[in-house]
Design a protein around this ligand. Structure first.
Ligand code: ADP
Ligand code: ZN
Length: 617
């Protein structure tokens, strides 16, 4: 096959999807598939995985088979593909016999570019027989981590997918996931039997998400204050328990906010209805326990607010990851209170296996550390996924933008490090803290550590404070713990230069019991403003069209696309084509309604000057 030129691929991207440029890694994945090479890709939520198989599906002969565990999402995915002008269908247990046989017919007619199926189909001999008789362009396995027992979401149905490679030796298989450690990655590749796959591990950084942690005082009034700063924006509020969910929902409704609850105590029907209402922009806020979100593909979630401590950093990252999938700015706020820690400890203490219990405690400490250390939130989050974020200013978290209050801890840091240094960096945190708080222990007496200069120098603060300081300095890479069984504290290079550098370096920590932080970070940090009045009008058009076509609004156009219209005011088809997210199919289907609305708006507001377009980079 001729390798497609970069220009050809860009043309398809532009005319079918209406996008100007590929996101990172999309082009290399697409090229591999077109060259019939297997692919394994870890990309974050919102990274644009679907396009990686939809674009080849559109270009190649035959049907692309997409395996996805989320039956609840298949219909939306098919609607989205059809809206883009790609012939698509799905097959799962929710179809009646007539619908299923229609899908089989179009599969046999070779008139489908995309077929979404649930994994259990692969255990059905009849289905496989049909599949063997029709041309297949590629297999795409979504949520591929479900095949691994090491992952957090193992589904036995996925094991039958290991038959694909042997049954279809000439068809490329592309596996996608948003979460996979190195170990899970190897497991997935082996179990699916990927043949020398092109491996992509994309950065997990989500530059459009703003991370903020605030001290929790009165959760409900803090939530309300936040919502007032984000009027009408769709978002998710996470609470730890059903009761808290119900209370917060009732509170918000009493304040005139359109909010619905989501938790395991509701019937599946109620949960589904509430999720759908949110999906279709009929309510703005969902208040949920952590169970919520697996089946949510809504791209215009503008904030995720955790009003209670999340279970661990992985879930926090996944939950906040549901914000801003369209690439537009979104806000992630965590209300943190040390008072929440015992509640989680209570559940951990009930875990019977000692090993599991200590893992859970470790994870809780990580979460508390995330909230309390004076280290860029983004850098910390990425660190959990073994990704080193450059230590410079990320520009989109409360630490980096300076919206948190900090205190100078240089002197205390020096006391601690000096005690470490005077004992040749050969002792663990407990003993060092004993020295600086002037404890009278047998060990101190035997080692004569009561004679060193810093003995008792930190008496003015309690052990808990010094424990916090140790963790803080570790997080800031000033000291580190060395050794597994009996870890000792060592100075890092940074630590040495602080201790011996003659006082030129200042060490700061977050003020712990900080006063209410009224300053709100700039909402559109780094992103261009748009005409918010027009946005409301276009949003209404989108909602009407979506209702008529019975699809969620974001399938008509994403927020990102509407924002762009609200910057450039396209009032002709040609101008509309220049908007990201407007391909030919959508232009034909929806273009006129939006053009009409924009033209009328321009007529009514003659003083609006339309900015000249920048050339697409
Ligand atoms: P994922 O499945 O990786 O979470 P999606 O495939 O749902 O992400 O894509 C997230 C959003 O990004 C969608 O709204 C999609 O239309 C948009 N998108 C994907 N690729 C591009 C691109 N090259 N340019 C602009 N937007 C894109
Ligand atoms: Zn930062």
């Amino acid at each position: 096959m001729n390798p497609e030129t970069a220009q050809e691929l860009l043309n398809v991207l532009k005319t079918v999807f209406g996008f100007q440029a590929f996101r990172p890694n999309q082009e290399s994945i697409i090229r591999s598939i077109l060259n019939k090479q297997d692919v394994f890709a870890v990309m974050p939520t919102g990274g644009g995985k679907s396009l990686c198989y939809q674009l080849p599906a559109k270009m190649m002969q035959g049907t692309a088979v997409v395996i996805s565990p989320l039956i609840s999402l298949m219909k939306d995915q098919v609607d989205a593909a059809r809206a883009t002008g790609i012939s698509a269908a799905f097959m799962n247990s929710s179809l009646g016999p007539q619908e299923a046989s229609d899908v089989y017919r179009s599969l046999k007619d070779n008139s489908l570019s995309l077929l979404y199926i649930a994994p259990e189909r692969f255990a059905m001999p009849h289905f496989l027989e049909v599949l063997k008789t029709v041309p297949i362009s590629l297999f795409a396995i979504d949520e591929a981590h479900c095949i691994s027992e090491w992952g957090h979401d193992f589904r036995p149905d996925y094991l039958s997918l290991s038959a694909i490679a042997a049954l279809f030796p000439d068809v490329p298989v592309a596996a996608f996931t948003a979460t996979a450690t190195q170990r899970v990655q190897e497991d997935i590749i082996r179990r699916i039997g990927l043949r020398r796959p092109h491996i992509v591990r994309a950065s997990f950084n989500r530059p459009n998400l703003f991370y903020q942690v605030r001290k929790k005082s009165k959760a409900e009034s803090q939530i309300m204050e936040f919502l007032e700063g984000h009027p009408g924006e769709p978002g998710i509020i996470y609470r730890a328990t059903r009761d808290a969910v119900m209370e917060t929902t009732a509170f918000l409704v009493s304040k005139g906010i359109k909010a619905l609850p989501y938790h395991a105590g509701l019937t599946p029907g109620e949960r589904n209805n509430n999720q759908e209402a949110f999906n279709r922009d009929e309510v703005t806020v969902i208040v949920a326990t952590i169970a919520f979100g697996m089946g949510i593909d809504k791209s215009n979630v503008r904030f995720v607010l955790h009003a209670d401590l999340p279970r661990n950093i992985e879930s926090y990252y996944q939950e906040t990851g549901r914000a801003g999938r369209d690439g537009e700015p979104a806000h992630c706020l965590l209300l943190f209170s040390r008072g929440d820690i015992p509640k989680i400890r209570y559940f951990i203490d009930r875990v019977s296996d000692e090993g599991d219990r200590s893992i859970a405690v470790g994870k809780l400490n990580q979460t508390v550390g995330f909230a309390s250390h004076n280290v860029c939130r983004r850098r910390q989050l990425l660190g959990f996924f073994d990704e080193e974020y450059p230590s410079g200013n990320c520009g989109a978290c409360d630490i980096c933008t300076g919206t948190v209050e900090k205190i100078d801890i240089t002197i205390d840091a020096q006391i601690l490090m000096s005690a470490m240094s005077r004992t040749q960096q050969r002792f663990g945190a407990g003993h060092i803290i004993d020295i600086i708080t002037g404890a009278d222990t047998k060990r101190i007496r035997t080692l004569r550590h009561d004679t060193i200069k810093t003995y008792g120098a930190g008496r003015h603060k309690d052990k808990k404070y010094w424990r916090f300081l140790v963790d803080e300095l570790i997080a800031q890479d000033i000291i580190r713990e060395d050794g597994d069984r009996y870890p000792v504290l060592k100075l890092t290079q940074k630590g040495s230069s602080i201790l011996f550098g003659g006082g030129k370096d200042i060490v700061t920590a977050l003020k712990r019991e900080e006063p209410e932080d009224k300053r709100r970070p700039a909402k559109d940090g780094g992103f261009e403003p748009y005409d918010e009045t027009l946005f409301e009008l276009l949003r209404a058009v989108r909602k009407r069209l979506a209702g008529e076509q019975r699809v969620p609004p974001y399938i008509v156009f994403s927020d990102k696309t509407l924002h762009e219209m609200c910057r450039h005011y396209p009032s002709t088809s040609a101008a509309m084509r220049g908007i990201s997210g407007v391909g030919e199919a959508k232009l034909e289907r929806y273009g006129k309604d939006f053009i009409d609305k924009i033209s009328r708006y321009l007529d009514e507001n003659p003083d609006i000057s339309i900015p000249a377009r920048k050339k697409a980079e």
